[in-house]
Design a protein around this ligand. Structure first.
Ligand code: NI
Length: 189
């Protein structure tokens, strides 16, 4: 059974996640299950809060979007305790979606160049400068670790315009073709 993706409205998506310690047990299995859940739902990234765990763990496989964004070719990561440093303050808007917000795609302003520091699944330290859409995916996933989702970056007016769609997710009135965990307000399981 695949791990369900927790949907918008679930409180686990709004908590700041805890650092992951090397003593954490079952890490390899959890990472494998997160990749499975991500591929099942055709996402390019998944953060641990989205599978109901408030720990600083992210999986990314950006290769499926490499035809549009060559910087994503072959880029697959397990990020533990990632840290982002912004290298260029100019923000560019591009459409984003999120497995926790099915049916919603909105343009989000983000910086294009970051320095990323992280630990891999063997707790080996890495550091790399990352650009373009790959930098966007990393920022989106790291937001989840802070209890943020991409619509938090939208203007008040724009959020107002998608309010009905958001309400449909919170109340369980959307069709989703991958395993999900509804918000407590959804009155369905
Ligand atoms: Ni997301």
């Amino acid at each position: 059974m695949k791990l369900p993706v927790y949907l918008y409205g679930h409180p686990v998506l709004r908590k700041v996640s805890e650092p992951l310690e090397p003593s954490f047990s079952g890490l390899n299995e959890l990472v494998a299950e997160m990749f499975d859940a991500m591929y099942e739902s055709e996402g390019v990234g998944l953060a641990a809060p989205q599978i109901g765990r408030n720990i600083r763990l992210v999986v990314i496989d950006a290769d499926p979007v490499s035809e549009s964004f060559p910087e994503c070719a072959g880029r697959k990561f397990t990020l533990i305790n990632p840290e982002i440093e912004i290298l260029d303050g100019d923000r560019i808007s591009r459409p984003e979606g999120c497995l926790s917000l099915p049916g919603i795609s909105e343009s989000v302003p983000r910086v294009e160049h970051i320095r990323l520091k992280w630990l891999d699944e063997d707790f080996v330290e890495h550091e790399e400068e990352i650009s373009g859409f790959l930098a966007r995916i990393v920022q989106h996933e790291c937001d989840h670790l802070e209890g943020k989702v991409f619509i938090d970056h939208l203007s008040g007016i724009r959020r107002q315009m998608i309010r009905a769609k958001l309400n449909n997710i919170v109340t369980g009135r959307v069709a989703v073709d991958y395993p999900v965990r509804w918000a407590p307000t959804a009155k369905r399981r």
